[in-house]
Design a protein around this ligand. Structure first.
Ligand code: AFP
Length: 368
């Protein structure tokens, strides 16, 4: 029998991701294990990216490719590598019939027409931070296909409501590598143990604080923000909240999830629909946020209620602690009622309503 002092000499390692996934699967009597396998495929690719990210500076993996992705953003070598790694893992796994990736314009057919699932993925988000050793991440979202198994998946499978996600998560390559995911029954976080090569449950049942004092946005865009966003941010400054912004959505979201805060990426005149992508940034993070007790809105409606109409659709994103997001939403409401028109992001386009409001709101010039 172990004496009372022995366990402290050999502390238990904890629950591995694999065991956790299997355990969760056993609580669904009709589960086939395919979603579990899909999550394990993603975790495996994540381990490989972890390895590449960690030695990037040593084996010439930093820097740009000299090419652009479908968004017109310059591709980093690791963007391309991560895309290949995830595609390969998902194709070889066999559970996914199609992939939507930030790096590719069209639906990627895996060749597994019997696969039940669709995966939307940003293989490496925040990649402009790679060269300077700042946190980056992978974001993923999983849907069950709606067209019959055995046929070629279509746009109908790929453009489903965010509420139809069966799982979503991210891998954060930061001071440690973490995988955080939800299948709709809470959010759990696993930290990668390099020596074991395993993700270990470190953050069970993540619940985010209801309120917070961190706000995260690109202050350099201030002049391009709508008046209600400026009013909210001014209030954050007045309250002496803490400004924190990495420029890696996963890192910014993760910090605020754990500590309590709000992340804002509003539409600007430059990006009238917002900069972030709905399918592989907005939807998965909104799914996790709601699961952890947070709110995600585009300024008019919950992000998960947005109707997707294209693979690389963009969205404004305000996400985080409910008290903070509600305070911001009140500012939007005031602004809407002031102008007595519905607020839509298309209104920010040149010639759109916002431009008209601004013209109307400008101080009247003397007649003569
Ligand atoms: P990259 O992957 O091209 O670096 O884009 C990352 C991102 O979409 C998101 O992760 C950041 O929050 C956001 O862009 C930062 O963008 P700004 O530089 O416009 O603040």
């Amino acid at each position: 029998m172990e004496s009372a002092s022995i366990p402290s000499l050999a502390l238990p390692v904890g629950v591995t991701l694999d065991r956790y996934i299997m355990h969760k699967q056993s609580s669904f009597p009709f589960a086939t294990g395919e979603l579990s396998q899909l999550l394990r495929d993603i975790a495996l690719a994540g381990k490989i990216i972890h390895r590449e990210v960690n030695r990037a500076g040593l084996i010439d993996l930093t820097g740009g490719m000299g090419s652009q992705n479908v968004q017109g953003e310059s591709q980093q070598k690791l963007d391309v590598i991560a895309n290949i790694r995830f595609k390969r893992a998902l194709k070889n796994g066999g559970e996914a019939c199609a992939i939507i990736s930030e790096e590719e314009e069209d639906i990627i057919y895996t060749g597994n027409q019997n696969g039940k699932y669709i995966v939307a993925i940003d293989p490496l988000d925040g990649s402009s931070n790679i060269d300077v050793n700042v946190s980056i991440g992978t974001i993923f979202s999983i849907y069950r296909r709606v067209t019959p198994v055995g046929t070629l998946p279509t746009m109908v499978d790929c453009l489903q409501s965010g509420r139809k996600q069966v799982a979503a998560g991210y891998i954060l390559y930061g001071s440690s590598t973490m995988l955080v995911y939800s299948t709709g029954c809470g959010v759990n976080g696993f930290t990668y143990d390099n020596s074991l090569g395993e993700f270990i449950l470190s953050h069970p049942d993540i619940t985010s604080p209801k309120d917070g004092s961190i706000y995260s946005c690109n202050d350099g865009n201030w002049e391009l923000y709508d008046e209600s966003v400026k009013a909210y941010l001014t209030d954050c400054r007045r309250k002496q909240y803490t400004a924190r912004y990495i420029g890696s959505l996963v890192g910014d979201f993760h910090r605020n999830l754990l500590k309590g805060g709000i992340y804002l990426y509003p539409p600007t005149v430059k990006s009238p629909q917002g900069k972030l992508r709905l399918l592989y940034e907005g939807f998965p993070l909104a799914f996790l946020a709601e699961q952890a007790g947070c709110i995600a809105t585009d300024g008019t409606q919950p992000v998960l209620d947005i109707d997707p109409h294209s693979l690389h659709q963009r969205t404004p994103l305000y996400i985080g602690a409910p008290v903070m997001v509600q305070a911001l939403s009140r500012m939007f409401q005031v602004s809407r009622s002031k102008f007595q028109v519905g607020f839509a992001t298309s209104n920010l386009e040149p010639g759109g309503l916002a431009e008209t409001w601004n013209r109307r709101a400008a101080p009247l010039k003397p007649e003569t």
